[in-house]
Structure formats: structure tokens, C-alpha cells
Write a protein that binds this ligand. Structure first.
Ligand code: NDP
Length: 257
């Protein structure tokens, strides 16, 4: 009775930024649970590499080139994928950028807008476009990728733009959850600590930064992409059927101090 709640056979999932790192781990977890996965990434090579990795593991996936900051492209992708597969049951809003290490007083307009555009606007455009079809069917699940940075401001690297964007993702998650809960659509978020991906390489390769990050983390380690993907799988599946508007921290204890 319990393990079958994780069974995603017959469901279609779209994972933005799904071709590498945390997104690829999410694509893999959903595919392993039986979902048909569509990787939506902005780089055609990353799309193909993600698809090839899933094929290597024995899962047939699709991939589309999609820039989540383009609302027209997002609407078109939602229409075409819903038409092609009958329904998109699961949306994982994972695409995000950090561009960390710029003091607030030095942030350019372009820098601020770029981060907000991908991390916040992109999540909204995708949730709105795929959510409409879910609402029409009265069934669907959206999992957003927030961050512990939506709860705390990181130290020592300066990244006010990123922290603000992720706090906004958390509140958008709760707002959509409230609007859509009685129409069959659940919306939750995962909030990771530092995860070993290209996004955090700047800190992991800097001994002093790395030391501070690990000192500040009760588990004294960073996470691996699969440790976020398993939370996303839980939130995407019926195992979390009573949850909506939850922001699930997977932070190695970072926020307990
Ligand atoms: P990566 O940079 O390794 O991967 C992100 C993927 O998203 C890349 O393939 C990237 O493509 C893609 N992407 C970026 N912008 C867009 C866009 N506009 N449209 C479509 N795809 C896009 O990041 P992570 O795997 O580390 O991060 C995934 C998510 O997890 C992000 O939302 C991030 O903020 C969040 N997160 C990560 C943490 C970490 O420590 N790694 C901690 C907390 C949260 P491209 O290479 O072309 O940019």
C-alpha cells in the first residue's frame, strides 16, 4: 500500500533544467518511478546529454529546448506537450541560476533582472502555463526548487538577488497552493542546502569558502543531486497526497543553528 504510492507509471513529467545536475537527478528519479519524462533545458546539447543518460539507464525520455524566461515559448511548450502526451501530470520547476558573489551595492540592473527572470519569473510562467491544463483536468502536481537561501542569507558570499528570488519562489509556492488546492493541483517546493553541482563549483573549489560552508552545516558536508531528487520524487508522487504549500528543507541541518 505504501510503496505503490510512489508508482508514477502512466504519468508524464516535465523537468525544467532537467538535463544536468539536480534536474537530471530529478528526471532520473521520476523515470525510475515509471513516469515518462520530458527534459526541458535551454541548451540543445544538455537536452541531448540528459536524454542519452536516461536512455543509458533504460528509460525512454523526450527533450525540448526551452528557455523558461520566455513566456510565449513556455506557453507553446505547454500546449504542444499536453497535446502530444495527452496530459502533463507533473511539472518540476528546477531551472535556476545563482551568479553569486556580487555585493548588493555593486549589482547591475542586468544582473538583478537576469536572476529574477530565471528563478522567479521562469517558475511562474511554467506554473501558469502547465497549471492551466492541470486545473482543467483537476489533477496535477508542481514541485518548485527553492533553496535554504529563501530562509537564510548565505555567508560569506554575497547574493542578495538569489536569496530574494528563492524566498519569492517559496511564497509563490504557498500562494499557488492556496489558489489551486481545491481544484486538484498540489504545489510544493524543495529547499536544498549546498549541492555538488556546477552551480556551487565556485565555492567548493575555494578552500576558505568551502571550509566556512561545511563549518556552518551540522552534517559537515554538501549534498548530492540524488538527495534532492528523492525529495522531489516524494513531492511529485501520491506519497505526499496531503501536502500542498509545503517548503521541504533538505539542508543537512544548516538552518537549525
Ligand atoms: P546547474 O547550473 O548545475 O543546472 C541548472 C540547469 O538549468 C542547467 O542545465 C541550466 O542551463 C538550466 N537553466 C538555466 N537557466 C535556464 C533557463 N532560462 N531555461 C531553461 N533552463 C535553464 O544548477 P543546479 O542543478 O545546482 O540547480 C538546480 C536548481 O536547484 C536551481 O533552481 C538552483 O537554484 C537550485 N538550488 C541549487 C543548489 C545547489 O547548491 N546546487 C542549492 C539550492 C537550490 P545552462 O547551463 O544553459 O544555464
Amino acid at each position: 500500500m505504501y510503496l505503490e504510492k510512489y508508482d508514477l507509471k502512466g504519468r508524464n513529467a516535465v523537468v525544467t533544467g532537467g538535463g544536468r545536475a539536480i534536474g537530471l537527478a530529478c528526471s532520473t528519479a521520476l523515470a525510475e518511478a515509471g513516469a515518462h519524462v520530458v527534459i526541458a533545458d535551454r541548451d540543445a546539447n544538455v537536452c541531448e546529454e540528459g536524454k542519452a543518460e536516461l536512455a543509458r539507464l533504460g528509460y525512454s525520455a523526450d527533450a525540448i529546448v526551452l528557455d523558461v524566461t520566455d513566456p510565449d515559448a513556455v506557453n507553446a511548450a505547454a500546449d504542444s506537450l499536453n497535446a502530444k502526451f495527452g496530459a502533463i501530470d507533473i511539472l518540476v520547476n528546477n531551472a535556476g541560476i545563482a551568479r553569486s558573489g556580487v555585493a548588493a551595492e555593486d549589482v547591475t540592473d542586468e544582473h538583478w533582472l537576469d536572476v529574477i527572470n530565471v528563478n522567479l519569473n521562469g517558475v511562474f510562467w511554467c506554473a501558469r502555463a502547465f497549471g492551466r491544463a492541470m486545473l482543467a483536468r483537476q489533477r496535477g502536481v508542481i514541485v518548485n526548487t527553492g533553496s535554504m537561501s529563501g530562509f537564510i542569507s548565505n555567508k560569506p558570499q554575497k547574493q542578495s538577488f538569489y536569496n530574494a528570488s528563492k524566498a519569492a519562489v517559496h511564497h509563490l509556492t504557498r500562494s499557488l497552493a492556496g489558489e489551486w488546492a481545491d481544484r486538484g493541483v498540489r504545489v510544493n517546493a524543495v529547499a536544498p542546502t549546498y549541492i555538488d553541482t556546477p552551480l556551487t563549483r565556485f565555492g567548493m573549489e575555494d578552500p576558505e569558502l568551502n571550509r566556512i560552508w561545511l563549518d556552518m552545516t551540522p552534517m559537515h558536508r554538501v549534498g548530492q543531486p540524488h538527495e534532492i531528487a528523492s525529495v522531489v520524487l516524494f513531492l511529485a508522487s501520491d506519497a505526499s497526497s496531503l501536502m500542498t504549500g509545503s517548503i521541504v528543507l533538505a539542508d543537512g541541518g544548516y538552518t537549525v543553528w
